[in-house]
Design a protein around this ligand. Structure first.
Ligand code: FES
Length: 111
């Protein structure tokens, strides 16, 4: 069973988290099922970007993003080469380490 490591996020997950993940389940669903309350404004339907994460370890083990995800990611706050929408990236067999960016697109708009 792959391990999903969540780096500390000051609001969402101050201590970080280590989760036994299930292959084939999205990173977002995995986080929510383990009480890591990442934003997910469109309810995991690839329409909002608020579930943006940066995959610090294991990025290459994920299935590549599609054009729709890439278009949305372009709007993400703090976009990085290893950025993914966590509702679209499915856990594979490799361990993953993710960072939840400090802000979402919603925060950026408010600011
Ligand atoms: S929850 Fe909206 S794009 Fe992932």
């Amino acid at each position: 069973m792959p391990t999903l490591t969540v780096l500390p996020h000051v609001d969402i997950c101050p201590q970080g988290a280590t989760i036994d993940a299930v292959p084939g389940v999205s990173i977002c669903r995995t986080l929510l099922d383990h009480h890591v309350e990442i934003e997910h404004a469109c309810e995991l339907s690839c329409a909002c970007t608020t579930c943006h994460v940066i995959v610090r370890k294991g990025f290459d083990s994920l299935e590549p993003s599609d054009d729709n995800e890439d278009d949305l990611l372009d709007k993400a706050w703090g976009l990085a080469p290893q950025s993914r929408l966590s509702c679209q990236a499915l856990v594979g067999t490799a361990d993953l380490t993710i960072e939840i960016p400090r802000y979402t697109i919603n925060h950026a708009k408010e600011a």
